[in-house]
Design a protein around this ligand. Structure first.
Ligand code: ADP
Ligand code: MG
Length: 509
């Protein structure tokens, strides 16, 4: 019944927390029988708004209308009674119960005070069939993977008779195949008359599956668009409220001094194979050299050789004209080299350590952070607060552990740390992989700013838009070698894709 009937209408919603206005003047219209996406940066107020609709928060102002009827929800049970169900970002299942018990928990069918498991089972089996959401009802919940837990949460909501389903970042925890399955099940539910509201910041999936998209920025609704009316970039710009880097119309800041040079660099692999094979390039001050390539074609070995973490069997690495080929990694780091690693969790951050220890990481020999032989805690913390402020890391303070931050904020902290030592050369491996679009834009801006001030950047990225948008020159790696060299003006994702898979091997030099 995709028509103009509204399943949900929110008008002028305001929700405050001490010191924070999480939502203000929010207006939302969700048509019945549609999939409606809510997008926005981390902290924009999406979860708060949905919790308000679900009766978990009571708004300071505003109106909630469900199926044409105005409601005041004092608790989730009021919202459930109005046909609303919510699957949270962080699941809330009891591990020591079976799946069946979890689904009926709090809504047990009883005959004269005795829970009727068989009645429940029959009802749930019917729901599993109609929604395509299958799970073993007798399994202990503790045995379930994340994807299966999510199915249990969905069944739990359907079991309570929800016709309006709210899913908060449901795909954040799923692998691609599970995402496809989830969306096909959501389409089945909609075909069956349900209405779906889902939060996401993965714009590709939002553009693919939703009927309508509402954008929330800084606590308020700023746009309602249809997926076929906007590009991914336009949607991202609506989310962050400013223009994002694009490859066109920028001025070059490439200077003349060579900051990083690699000459005929080769790294041995198993047997006769070379993981890196005769690679040469220069990066000048103020230049971003982008490296495109399918993962595993020598990019990692190239970084390791530049950082000194692996010894090349052949070739030279020069930083600002100095041959550093036989020096230790630490020497290179204190002489102007910085690194954003491939895997921030394994290499870049100490997740259990507070943020201030993380920003100190790799810089603990800097006198600025020492008092005699000891760490100067006050100076270190003050420095961390500077990174937090300059890089807009969203955190209550510098003493929280790194794991408490979202991926985007972890990465902003890491990039902030690497740039605040004012390096001459930055090796940046996938600097925005897995972060939300707001953090991505912020990181891009910081990289550009540093480049404008003369930083030489080796940018390894699987995001071809990012690569074309930020680079002054691009090389494509295939099978350990440079397979093509091109400018961002001539590079298209299609052409890069061809070189990345080994096609058109003629430009190598
Ligand atoms: N229970 C709460 N108490 C205090 N502040 C909160 C609470 N929930 C959310 N916030 C704050 O409200 C803002 C919006 O948060 P949230 O709705 O979770 O954003 P999103 O889901 O878009 O990432 C953030 O600044 C967050 O810190
Ligand atoms: Mg949220």
């Amino acid at each position: 019944m995709t028509g103009d009937a509204l399943a949900v209408e929110l008008k002028g919603i305001e929700k405050r927390f001490p010191g924070v206005i999480a939502n203000h003047d929010v207006n939302l219209k969700v048509r019945a029988g549609t999939i409606h996406a809510i997008v926005g940066e981390n902290g924009a107020g999406k979860s708060t708004l949905m919790k308000t609709l679900y009766g978990m928060h009571q708004p300071e102002a505003g109106t909630i209308i469900v199926d044409g009827v105005q409601h005041v929800f004092r608790s989730p049970s009021d919202a459930i009674a109005a046909g609303i169900g919510m699957v949270h970002q962080h699941f809330m299942l009891a591990d020591n119960f079976t799946v069946l018990e979890n689904i009926i928990l709090g809504a047990e069918p009883a005959t004269r005070g005795v829970i009727s498991f068989s009645t429940a089972r029959t009802k749930i089996e019917a729901l599993m069939d109609s929604s395509g959401t299958h799970v073993n009802l007798d399994a202990p919940t503790s045995d379930l993977g994340v994807g299966q837990r999510q199915r249990v949460e969905i069944l739990k909501v359907l079991y309570r008779g929800a016709r309006i389903l709210i899913l908060d970042e449901p795909t954040a925890v799923l692998v691609p195949q599970e995402v496809d399955e989830l969306f096909s099940n959501l389409h089945r539910l909609v075909a069956d008359g349900a209405t779906i509201i889902f939060i996401s910041h993965k714009l590709d999936e939002v553009l693919t599956v939703s009927d309508d998209i509402t954008v929330i920025r800084a606590g308020t609704t700023v746009a309602e668009v249809k997926p076929d009316e906007v590009s991914r970039l336009q949607l991202a710009e609506l989310m962050v409220g400013s223009e994002l880097p694009s490859p066109h119309g920028r001025t070059s800041t490439v200077g003349t001094d060579v900051r990083l040079e690699v000459r005929n660099l080769s790294v041995a692999g198993p047997g006769d194979k070379r993981l890196l094979d005769d690679v040469s390039f220069v990066i000048r001050e103020g230049e971003v050299l982008g490296v495109a390539g399918v993962e595993g074609n020598g990019q990692f070995e190239l970084c390791e050789a530049i950082l000194g973490q692996v010894h090349p069997i052949h070739g030279t690495v020069l930083i600002a004209g100095d041959d550093v080929t036989s020096t230790a990694p630490h020497f290179r780091l204190v002489n102007g080299l910085s690194y954003i690693p491939f895997d921030r969790h394994r290499e870049g951050l100490l997740l259990d350590a507070p943020l201030w220890e993380n920003t100190l990481l790799g810089r603990d020999a800097d006198e600025k952070f020492l008092r005699g032989p000891f760490i100067n805690a006050a100076a270190t913390r003050a420095d961390c607060r500077e990174v937090i402020a300059a890089f807009d890391v969203r955190t209550p303070s510098e003493v929280v552990p790194a794991y408490a931050l979202s991926g985007g904020n972890q990465q902003k902290l890491l990039v902030g740390r690497e740039l605040s030592s004012h390096p001459r050369v930055l090796v940046a491996a996938h600097p925005t992989r897995g972060v939300d679009i707001g953090a991505q834009a912020a990181i891009w801006e910081k990289l550009r700013l540093a480049r404008d001030q003369g930083l030489a950047v080796l940018l390894i990225s699987a995001d071809l838009e990012e690569l074309i948008g930020l680079s002054d020159n691009i090389v494509v790696m295939f099978d350990g070698r440079i397979n093509a060299r091109l400018t961002p003006a001539e590079a298209t994702p299609e052409l890069l894709g061809t070189y990345m898979t080994g096609g058109l091997q003629e430009i190598a030099s």
